[in-house]
Design a protein around this ligand. Structure first.
Ligand code: BF8
Ligand code: SF4
Length: 625
């Protein structure tokens, strides 16, 4: 059984795991233990079950079979498996983006009561990028045209996705030269699945090139659309104070948790929680109010735009239920462990699934659609309120921690006084040595939040600005790194700059689809210096990644020119050729590559060295690391 001393650096996880075990609740760590030893063929990428002449496996020691039944060797099998991971990640983000475009279309047609266009300026700006005439046009008519134009990006009627135009010219030319300009969002995923069918693309290099094009169709396509449409419908994030960890739950209030990714559901739940009749009902039932909090990325979406508190990241999603204080948890899709409904059954928590494409055992299913969302949200919140009286023992073992979130690109540029120039100057002067995007998940293979927090601390100590998203952003917030006072933990230069701007040294850029904000920021820096993204003193890191989506994000970072360090090893070690291409060869192809380093102390050194090399190449003061 996993013991609470060794699974997490955070008090709330340790204490709640202890509580879960007392309650005889099985968690992700227990199941991870039960799976040991995990399959070595799968871990190295050497098993294949693409067709039913198989399943096949390659013997990594050279004694057993070296080819699958069809004749595929280790390189082909490893590459195909990785490509399918990347395709699934791209599909997940991009389908989330499509759901938002559908809401945008429904708003335009007056079929989505409760939703509206909250940021007309952003609507106009993005519509102009799509080549639409914005002057004097009715807002809803423009929203409808933009939704149509974005849907075209999903199909295959274009030669290049519209928002690729945001990338620096040098980068676009490179993609064109090597043939990886993403064409249609769905097209690239579809082609990836086609190529990995038995007997199609058996060039491990050409497969991996298509994987980069597929990942770019997410980063500069589906995810970018998801972020932009979310901003249009729900507002461009601006810095908001908030609180984080399990201590955000309130003993005397109705606690509702939203989990998943798409703000389409969580925004409506927020609206319902704020409705006067719901607050009055809560008081009538003996609660002091209604407390909405998030976990995972839909929590990040609400935190970024409204300062809604964040109860925890991926590995906290089960434990939060063992507080016994959650009256209802609503989920949409992605990263929702199928164990949650069963765990909730040990307490009084109502578990509600909301998406037509995501079902879970032991959850009640209420489908949200643009036309019924507002009404359904009120019905469900009133059920959560009714459930408050059924609570038994409540255990909220920690006090919450303060944080600031909401750093959209617009907010960062705003904090800099309207242009990226001051950041460029600070980088040139060496006060800020570079910037790193730390992204991704938790994974029970790594001590919960240890990778994120250790790497972040080391980087800011060395005057490297950190921007983070997804589950990382929760870890660093819990560690107290997301308040302006955290500059005391930063190096002198970073402390001076962040202190003058009144911002923390670690900026919360949002959910996982919001990694595209990092691409946009990197492009602005590259354009300000008239260089390519790969010339900048930047890096990416995913110290505790687990998901296919994270594999896709890492790939579009690298394909966009950002050196990226992964914590857990992807399942590729069965092919020395694939490993060498991804960790070295790609430098020659896209000017960036991956590294794998599970120890965050060592990852920090790799990143610092890389940043100093890039500074040197740019002719600005560099250090020896
Ligand atoms: O999209 S960081 S565990 S919650 S995949 Fe999932 Fe990973 Fe968290 Fe959000 Ni992203
Ligand atoms: Fe085996 Fe080839 Fe089928 Fe894969 S595609 S399962 S290697 S026969």
């Amino acid at each position: 059984m996993a013991t609470f001393e060794n699974v997490s650096i955070t008090d709330d996880a340790a204490l709640l795991l202890n509580k879960a075990h007392q309650d005889r609740v099985e968690t992700v760590w227990d199941r991870h233990d039960a799976q040991q030893p995990q399959c070595g063929y799968c871990e190295t990428g050497l098993s294949c079950r693409i067709c039913i002449m198989g399943p096949c496996r390659i013997d990594p020691f050279g004694e057993g079979p070296q080819r699958g039944v069809c004749g595929a060797d280790a390189d082909i099998i490893v590459a195909r498996n990785l490509c399918r991971m990347i395709a699934a990640g791209a599909a997940s983000h991009s389908d989330h983006g499509r759901d938002l475009v559908e809401v945008l279309a429904a708003v335009a047609e007056g079929r989505a009561p409760g939703y509206r266009i909250r940021d007309e300026n952003k609507l106009k700006a993005v519509a102009a990028e799509y080549g639409l005439e914005t002057e004097g046009k009715d807002t809803l008519a423009l929203a409808g045209e933009l939704a149509d134009a974005m849907m075209e990006d999903y199909g295959m009627r274009r030669k290049c996705l519209t928002l690729v135009a945001r990338a620096p010219e040098k980068r676009r030319k490179l993609w064109e030269k090597i043939g990886i300009i993403p064409r249609g969002i769905d097209r690239e995923t579809s082609e990836m699945l086609h190529r990995t069918h038995m007997g199609v693309d058996n060039g491990w290099q050409s497969l991996l090139l298509q994987a980069m094009r597929n990942a770019l169709s997410d980063g500069w396509g589906g995810s970018m659309i998801a972020t932009e449409v979310s901003d249009i419908l729900f507002g461009v994030p601006q810095p908001h104070p908030t609180t984080v960890n399990a201590g955000v739950l309130k003993k005397d209030q109705v606690n509702i948790i939203v989990h998943g990714h798409n703000p389409v559901v969580s925004e409506m739940i927020l609206k319902a929680c704020q409705a006067e009749e719901m607050i009055a009902l809560a008081k009538e039932k003996g609660a002091a109010g209604i407390n909405l909090a998030g976990v995972c990325c839909t929590g990040n979406e609400l935190l970024m735009r409204h300062g809604i508190p964040m109860a925890g990241n991926h590995l906290m999603t089960e434990l939060i239920l063992s507080t016994g204080a959650v009256d209802m948890m609503l989920v949409d899709y992605q990263c929702i462990m199928p164990s949650l409904g069963t765990i909730a059954g040990c307490y009084h928590t109502h578990m509600i699934s909301t998406s037509d494409k995501a079902r879970f055992p032991n959850m009640e299913h209420y489908e949200f659609h643009p036309d019924n969302a507002e009404k359904l949200a009120l019905e469900l919140v009133s059920r959560a309120v009714e459930n408050f009286a059924r609570r038994k023992q409540v255990y909220i073992p920690v006090e919450s921690v303060k944080a600031v979130g909401g750093f959209s690109v617009e907010a960062v540029v705003g904090a800099l006084g309207g242009s990226p120039e001051p950041l460029v100057e600070a980088i040139k002067a060496g006060k800020i040595r570079g910037a790193v995007g730390i992204v991704g998940c938790n994974n029970p293979k790594i001590k919960h939040d240890y990778g994120h927090v250790t790497l972040t601390r080391r980087l800011i100590e060395n005057d490297i600005l950190v921007v983070d998203t997804g589950c990382v952003s929760v870890a660093t917030a819990k560690a107290g790194l997301k308040v302006p006072e955290a500059i005391e933990m930063a190096g002198a230069g970073l402390k001076e700059i962040c202190g003058a701007l009144g911002i923390p040294p670690v900026l919360h850029l949002g959910s996982c689809v919001d990694n595209v904000r990092i691409l946009v920021l990197a492009s602005a820096l590259a354009n300000a210096l008239d260089v390519d993204i790969s010339d900048l003193p930047l890096a990416g890191a995913a110290p505790e990644w687990y998901s296919e989506k994270a594999a896709t994000i890492g790939t579009y970072f690298v394909a966009s020119g950002v050196f990226t360090v992964l914590g857990p090893m992807p399942p590729i070690t069965g092919s020395a050729n694939v490993v060498s291409l991804l960790t070295q060869g790609l430098n020659e192809v896209v000017g960036a590559a991956f590294a794998v380093e599970p120890d965050p102390e060592k990852a920090a050194v790799l990143i610092r060295r890389h940043i100093e090399q890039k500074r040197k190449a740019l002719g600005i003061p560099a250090l020896d690391v």
